[in-house]
Design a protein around this ligand. Structure first.
Ligand code: NI
Length: 170
């Protein structure tokens, strides 16, 4: 019997929703409401087969993101990059751009700091796709989207495609 996936019930906004371009505010209150929101974000991300999800993608302009990759879960609240090294060019996607993937060059390795839903601070290191996921989600919190790294030619092609497809990643 297949494991039942329970959707967190959060609606994922699709490009070009203007909320996706806005900056998020830091989280200052670490309460039950925040813990429930984080739980709903994980559930909604899983229901859409995502690797990551950022709060602005569900219409909440707060510095909150969740990632689940290779069996590890990360809660990134008020995250910041502490260090980065190298470059890595790989294809990535986004739950706000269903079915659309593009090559983006990002650091190969990052060290970040983030709070969890209790307010505790953690450091995480990520290489390759994990680093990419950290940085992709952190970009969402400043209103930056992966298509912003592409040429205007590629971006325009994606705009046309954005309306039609389904699927997605981060
Ligand atoms: Ni995304």
């Amino acid at each position: 019997m297949a494991e039942e996936i329970i959707d967190g019930g959060l609606e994922i906004l699709k490009y070009p929703n203007p909320i996706l371009k806005k900056k998020s505010e830091p989280v200052t209150v670490f309460d039950d409401e925040l813990a429930k929101f984080v739980k709903d974000m994980f559930a909604s991300m899983r229901a859409h087969q995502g690797v990551g999800l950022a709060a602005p993608q569900v219409g909440v302009l707060k510095k909150i993101a969740v990632i689940e990759y290779e069996g590890k879960s990360y809660v990134l609240i008020n995250p910041r990059v502490l260090d980065q090294k190298g470059l890595n060019d790989e294809e990535e996607g986004c739950l706000s751009f269903p079915g659309i993937y593009a090559h983006v060059t990002r650091p190969e390795w990052v060290k970040i700091e983030a709070q969890d839903e209790t307010g505790a601070t953690h450091e995480y290191e990520g290489t390759g796709y994990t680093a990419r996921a950290f940085l992709h989600e952190m970009d969402h919190l400043t209103g930056k989207l992966f298509v912003d790294y592409l040429s205007s030619l590629k971006r325009n092609a994606i705009k046309k495609k954005a309306a039609k497809n389904t699927g997605g990643h981060f």
